[in-house]
Write a protein that binds this ligand. Structure first.
Ligand SMILES: [Zn+2]
Ligand SMILES: [Zn+2]
Length: 298
């Protein structure tokens, strides 16, 4: 809740006129508690998780020739029922585990100093903070994910996420509830270390979902804006990790490729990409596709 009764009071406190975005924020948040604003995160989680994978669902149902070229594992078909069941399973985890956890974790958010007041952060400040968040998330997710591939971690927890050897958008958070919490911690670590404004926190959480859904989409579209991000892994990179499954000792990182490069956990991927990529180039005019037969053939 803002400590100002009116826009005039806010402006005299800041010593300047409110900017357009600050005006909107004042009107929206002035009478809302910080707890209520934090709870928006749960709503965003449910809404964006429902909406963002829909284009991929439509692509999967249509499977037109134009789209088929971009399917990473073209031999795999997912029915509407398959995808809806995945959605229902994930929503159940969200409602029973993630939602309550977010509601009860508010004291932590308060104690680390995520603010809701004015002035709002500049665009540059928000971008730099989110860059820090994504670097922290990527590095910590790499090691936590790698840990989940130890025998006990895989059998007891991570096996569930790997049920999809050819992932779909809805399967991004499809995992054992313990994994949702463990890897969710990696997403919270950045805001905990470098706390910013609540709006930055919301944007970060939405961005994280967008990235995870694209990475698990099963499609590698060349026009994706993420193709311009240096060292970005993307859908094909993580798809390979699912494709290999339990034996996978490759491509653990969630966002970028450099951790796998530095720690030598991308050798299998690079080998197969170079060998089978050349084969596919001849067959598909440049599109790299792998199949489980290719894996056995090696
Ligand atoms: Zn894994
Ligand atoms: Zn995955």
């Amino acid at each position: 809740m803002l400590p100002f009764q009116s826009i005039q009071e806010a402006e005299s406190s800041l010593g300047r006129n409110l900017k357009f975005a600050e005006n909107l924020w004042f009107k929206y948040s002035a009478n809302k508690s910080d707890y209520f604003l934090y709870c928006h995160n749960t709503i965003f989680l449910l809404v964006f998780y429902t909406l963002l994978p829909l284009p991929y669902v439509i692509a999967e149902l249509l499977r037109s020739n134009k789209i088929e070229r971009f399917k990473i594992q073209p031999k795999v078909n997912n029915s509407f029922k398959d995808m809806f069941n995945c959605y229902k399973n994930v929503m159940t985890i969200f409602i029973l585990v993630v939602g309550p956890l977010q509601l009860f974790s508010f004291p932590v958010i308060q104690s680390i100093g995520i603010r809701t007041g004015l002035p709002l952060p500049s665009g540059t400040e928000m971008l730099l903070q989110m860059l820090v968040y994504v670097l922290i998330e990527d590095y910590s997710n790499y090691w936590l994910h790698r840990l989940l591939h130890c025998k006990w971690g895989y059998e007891k927890i991570h096996r569930v996420h790997h049920e999809y050897t050819a992932p779909i958008g809805f399967a991004a958070p499809y995992a054992h509830w313990a994994e949702v919490l463990i890897l969710g911690f990696a997403s919270f670590l950045g805001p905990m270390m470098v706390p910013g404004h609540m709006i930055t926190f919301w944007l970060w959480m939405v961005l994280r979902q967008m990235e995870a859904i694209e990475t698990h989409s099963g499609y590698d579209f060349p026009w994706s804006i993420t193709k311009f991000i240096p060292f970005y892994g993307g859908a094909e990179y993580h798809d390979y990790h699912h494709f290999v499954g339990k034996q996978s000792h490759s491509n653990f990182a969630s966002v970028f490729t450099y951790c796998d490069y530095i720690y030598g956990t991308n050798k299998g991927y690079r080998y197969r990409k170079s060998v089978f990529g050349k084969l596919r180039e001849k067959q598909n005019g440049g599109k790299y596709n792998i199949s489980r037969q290719d894996l056995k053939a090696e």
